[in-house]
Write a protein that binds this ligand. Structure first.
Ligand SMILES: Cc1cc2nc3c(=O)[nH]c(=O)nc-3n(C[C@H](O)[C@H](O)[C@H](O)COP(=O)(O)OP(=O)(O)OC[C@H]3O[C@@H](n4cnc5c(N)ncnc54)[C@H](O)[C@@H]3O)c2cc1C
Length: 390
């Protein structure tokens, strides 16, 4: 039977935080709960970094250290080991974004392969991860998604993207480390989905090794999942999905409006929640064919997953179900789930400060726009502060 309040335990949630870290987290969430401050702060930070002003130290001691593991993987090791003392696993996420050079795509691929080898035989790191646009230009993904012809040069770029996918999937198979592929904007995602489908057909013959992402703020994702399920059954391979709500909602809605096509986003938050929960339930109903990585900070969805697992008498440690949250967010979910015996992993982003700025800005904006979530973090931090005083 599920105890329907396990996430309320702040002692477990913040067990790894010293008093001063607790204070810093409180201060940070207080700051990013103020929308004008985030707006001005992100614009000023972008400008300062572009002008090479010395603001890295300030960024590091505030948002960066809270949401990232460090500038390189070595910096992250102590965090990985520390998290594992509580049963929480790590997914090291090389979060460099917005690159446009072939040499940079190769470097990102090499980094993912290196991390996969690094994770081999380590119980602390069961997954590797990358973003499609980390391996090739956004424009190429978009052109293929929109059925636009590629120039000869672009055809070469596309072949190299496919080659990079092949190499990381082969490394994942060799090391037996599952590979999560992030979801991005809908106007490039079809190409990424199709390529990932090919990788799943090739590498998921025994179990889910390669995982695609389903962004459930898209109303078409349940049908897409069912379609993929039928194909996988016919093709004799397994599916793996990271299920999230989606991080690009405003961008998606703005573009749809600007270009005059129906938005791919659900009509309301409730519709997204229902879609997310339906996708999650569909997967748990079909665990023999599909594995789940549930990436969410939503308490209700996480509780629902526990209920569905319990109703089906699934083991908490069933390797086909993982729970994931981002480093620096929703510790009350991660640490309490791990303490209760479930499979939990934190995404730990890392990379040079300037290169992880798009990621950090998304986190700041997400915590500003999702007012409920920020006030929840603040309430929990405050409660823990008071508990420690007592
Ligand atoms: C481990 C992990 C991995 C992730 N990987 C990815 C990824 O690969 N790609 C990606 O895009 N995101 C990714 N995310 C980010 C994820 O999409 C965000 O955490 C999410 O936006 C917040 O949703 P939530 O489930 O935590 O819950 P909530 O806070 O309950 O939901 C907020 C989300 O609901 C949706 N929403 C809000 N208002 C509306 C509305 N009016 N109408 C319709 N929908 C609405 C939006 O998606 C919004 O972000 C990941 C998150 C985690 C934890």
């Amino acid at each position: 039977m599920i105890v329907n309040s396990i996430f309320d335990n702040t002692k477990t949630a913040f067990t790894l935080k010293s008093d001063s870290e607790l204070e810093r987290a409180y201060f940070l969430f207080k700051m990013i709960s103020k929308e004008p401050l985030v707006r001005i702060g992100t614009a000023a930070t972008r400008l300062a970094l572009n002008m090479n002003l010395p603001v890295e130290g300030l960024i590091r001691s505030t948002v960066f250290d809270h949401f990232c593991g460090g500038v390189n993987e070595k910096d992250c090791i102590s965090t990985v080991e520390n998290l594992y003392t509580t049963g929480v696993h790590s997914v090291l996420d090389y979060s460099v974004e917005g690159k446009e050079e072939e040499s940079q795509f190769d470097a990102t691929m090499e980094k993912v392969i290196e991390l996969t080898h690094f994770a081999k035989n380590k119980t602390t790191m069961p997954f590797s991860v990358f973003k499609p646009t980390g391996f090739g230009k956004f424009k190429i993904w978009q052109k293929i998604t929109e059925n636009e012809p590629l120039s000869d040069e672009e055809k070469g770029e596309w072949e190299r993207i496919k080659g990079r996918y092949e190499k990381v999937c082969a490394a994942a198979a060799e090391c037996d480390i599952a590979l999560l592929i992030d979801g991005e904007e809908s106007w490039m995602q079809d190409a990424a989905d199709d390529l990932c489908e090919q990788m799943m057909a090739k590498y998921n013959t025994e179990k889910a090794l390669v995982y695609n992402t389903l962004q459930c703020y898209r109303w078409d994702r349940l049908d897409y999942l069912k379609e993929q399920h039928a194909k996988a059954k016919a093709g004799g391979y397994k599916l793996g999905y990271k299920v999230v709500r989606g991080a690009y909602m405003e961008k998606e809605n703005d573009r749809a409006e600007e270009k005059g096509y129906p938005t791919p986003i659900c009509e309301s938050k409730t519709a997204t929640d229902d879609n997310f929960n339906s996708v999650m339930k569909y997967i748990i109903d079909n665990l023999d064919d599909i594995s789940l990585f549930l990436g969410s900070h939503n308490e209700n969805s996480n509780y629902l997953a526990l209920e569905v697992m319990s109703a089906k008498s699934l083991l908490k440690t069933d390797q086909r179900i993982w729970f994931g949250q981002l480093y620096g967010m929703s510790d009350h979910i991660s640490f309490n789930l791990a303490a209760a015996g479930y499979n939990v992993a934190k995404y730990i982003p890392f990379g040079p400060v300037k290169d992880v700025m798009p990621y950090l800005i998304r986190r700041a904006e997400e915590n500003t726009s999702v007012a409920g979530q920020t006030s929840r973090e603040l309430t929990l931090l405050k409660r823990e502060r008071e508990r420690r005083k007592l």
